[in-house]
Design a protein around this ligand. Sequence first.
Ligand SMILES: [Cu+2]
Length: 231
Amino acid sequence: MIEYFLEQGSTYAASVDGLVNLIGALVGFWFLASLGAFLYLIFRFRKKGNSKAQYVTGYEKHESRWVHWPHHLILVCDVFIVIGAVQVWIDVKQTLPEEPRAERVRIISQQWAWTFVHAGPDGKLDTADDIPMIDELHVEVNKPYIYELSSLDVLHDFSVPIFRLKQDAVPGRVITGWFEPTITGEYDIQCAEICGIGHGLMPGRIFIESPQKHAAWQAQQAPTTLAATTQ
Ligand SMILES: [Cu+2]
């Protein structure tokens, strides 16, 4: 359902959406069930004539089961949510794809811009052909990336909605994570943590390119990088 509004652009986007749908369905069911019971009781026992209100303590067994039964059923639903959440969490946050198939990219956040350091043609960071760019991240489709996320000042949050990815950037720490794009195109990067007055002015763009287009982009950048390093 979510993909109707926002494309799924990473290998794990569908499982994150599945989890959101599961939570929505279970919580939605109990929301409607409790609201239905509530409205039914209001109409069924509304004031008629001069009948006196009953004082119901809720201590009697046949009364308290109105609370205990739904309570236990909701706990059973929670077990399903926890199992689903743990699986997705381990996949997205606890594991990293294997190198060298996965390429590293450095993401530096600051008030109020992103710096993306691309590995360049050799696929390795901290070499002469690295390509630093402001607010523009260029990646290849169907290739896993390991990001090294840091912040120069305050808390930021690297968010790519089509990947269903959000990761806080914490000053003083380098946080690693991963993504693998599955569609090509130009999409939004947002900062998802209020990080000061310019927070709303901290958007970036991600360009997901075919291998040929990505190589062409790298070739185009080479002279600038060389110029920057020889200055
Ligand atoms: Cu920010």
